[in-house]
Design a protein around this ligand. Sequence first.
Ligand code: C3B
Length: 827
Amino acid sequence: MNAKVTSAKKLTEVSIDKKDFKQAVIRHLHSTLGTDENKANNHAWWKATCAAMQEQVLEGLRKTQKTHYLNDTRAVHYLSAEFLMGRLLSNNLQNFGLFEVAQGALKELGVELSDVLEEEPDMALGNGGLGRLAACFIDSLATMELPAIGYGIHYEHGLFRQEIHGGAQIERPDSWRDYGNPWEICRPESIQEVSLYGYVETKYGDNGRIHKEWHPGAIVKGVPWDIPIVGYGGNTVNVLRLWQSQSSGYFNWDVFNAGGYVDAQRENVLAETISKVLYPNDETEAGKELRLIQQYFFSSCSLKDIIRRYKRAHGDDWSRFADQVVIQLNDTHPAIAIPELMRILVDRAELDWDSAWNICTNVFAYTNHTLLPEALEKWPARMFEKILPRHLEIIYEINHRFMALVDKQWPNDNAMKARLSIIEEGNEKMVRMGHLSVIGSFAVNGVAEIHSRLVKQNLFPEFDQLWPGKLTNVTNGITPRRWLKACNPELSKLIDKKIGSDWPMDLDKLQGLAKHADNKTFQKQFMKVKQANKQALADEIKQSMGIDVDVNAIFDVQIKRLHEYKRQHLNLLHIMALYRRLLEDPDYDMHPRVFIFGAKAAPGYKLAKDIIFAINKVADKVNNDPRVNNKLKVVFMPNYRVSLAEKMIPATDVSEQISTAGKEASGTGNMKLALNGAVTIGTLDGANIEIAEEVGDDNIVIFGMTVEEVEALKASGYNPYDYYYNDAEIKAVLDWLETDYFTPGQPGALVSIKQSLLEGGDPYMVLADYQAYSEAHKVIDAAYRDKERWARMAIINTAKMGKFTSDRSIRDYVEKIWKLESCKVES
Ligand code: C3B
């Protein structure tokens, strides 16, 4: 099949003008919301505006679905336990080309669109990078007019809301759809049923054929909610289908008839618990029964939905299934879909094993997002047996046949078999979901060049030998529609004026800015926009936290989940060192700096929460110390989320990407910040390496150990005390953590950080990279003081980000893996 993707197209003529839009808003205010122009508050205006927009969206959705059905297109099905969508109104208005129309219409009604947009709760059905990547990908898929559907879980509560009390993180429930969500459409006609628990019966047929029958102990319903995904240009509107669990009433009736009304309700509650809440652990495998049930629940519902749609066109003829369907597994969370498809094909459709396996291994592809051992999913075989007894049998059979293949390749090599087996033997037998995913897929990809190399070399080297070419790379990307055009309107307008307005569809066009990088007027215009964005963020900081920050200071930003490998504590140690230098020498020469953080910690991750507490305590002290105040400020912005990122990113001067080399698979915040003209201070890790290749060494500040150096130091026996005793600044700063300087009356409140870096062995080599990091900050300081040099660096960063559009990532997937063709939907 030919991998063709249509090239960028212009925004279509807007389908509705200001007058009509205004009327639609008023109509919805009256007849949908039962209020009127005089009574409506911003929330009502938001809902009415969404409803007016949704009319356009649904028309596009209807046309798209009809076109895809009539053309019987091959489609990609993106299975992901997380979709971190953020807000949708502004995005949908932008993608439909109706932003100005809506703005004008509301203005005539005396309402500011910007206030209305602030009413929308974030749809935070994801933890971080992995979930946001899924959201960027479905934006690109629709924009590039590719037939695609996203499948996930309709969590009632998304990622927790973070409050900071006395410096510490407190988790509060997120309720994104408390008062109804205007974008989702319930589709009861497509409800699926999912079985759980029970036992397997073996039956012997006449012809000697063995048939397995699973007698489930419980059945739950999956109710689909569709969120329309509007492509830029507004022609293709794809769907994100999210499954909500509901009681099926199965096995409740006996209880009910016996008068057990209350017990029956309890069963309902259990069924509904499945989609109740998103697990808040980023990059740690929880090992909880409910989590495995969540994974199976949405994978099974999605597969059955895919098969239902296939059968509508092809009946019981399975021969074309792999031509029509490709399923991308976003990490191993949906890997259970592999044995589930085998079960459906072998037990239900009665295909022989080999034919079924042949279909499976031509349908699934798997993306690996991390090398961290604690994030690689393994499930106790006992748990599997209890929840999914038939699937465990199927996994054993897959493994049995695979072991025969291994034996052919490496005869009598038991160590090799132990390494490659899906089943890890030990105290407790475990099912390795990564192995299952590699064995059951036709392609496996990492998410940045270095990461994919390490997947091949360190994680799955034998699989790479066994199946050369199966392991590949697709570097991540971000949608420039949300992450530049929508979040940074003033910069977008300036870019439009300079190089035209088709860059959001063809991001390489930004290259055209590079030739203006030395132009004084353009530099001034570019930095004026940055300054205005900094002012807007400063206002937000003042309003929400009461802290004054100087917009002439360097805005130095680290925004991402809190994790030791991301090394927010390296940043913190350096801030403490600057503070100390300023106290020791009031004339210490540095350009004023504001260090700004945004980060959520997994609720059970003690050290991560301690680091948040420490940042806040250091911030309190520094921000209230008049001796250093004109030079140093520290701000921890609570409740970091997509909509807050959209305000922070356009205002950033310096982007902190300082993970231990080899640990950050790609990173995508690094791309968003650079796209908005921030200069990266970063290690040679993840996509930082590819960013450096694009922008050139003069326009990024790289520091620290390489992957090879990290490995060598570890092998030679890394000892953090060497750095503690040999570096006076490191020693002073770590010792400072033990006093009550930052926590008056509570000495030792911050000591866990020091402990992790010394007795704890400093697993992420913070101390080993400290000096290099400190020097790199001096380079940043000097560069910023040279206004023209800095403006040039900022412009080049924006100009060279073309590679990191998610459209390019999707094009890579299409060509290397999915083999899809775009399908034009007539407007
Ligand atoms: C993340 C990785 O940590 C990032 O480096 C990467 O950019 C993104 O995925 C997207 O590929 N990741 C995550 O957010 N959650 C996981 N469980 C594993 C990886």
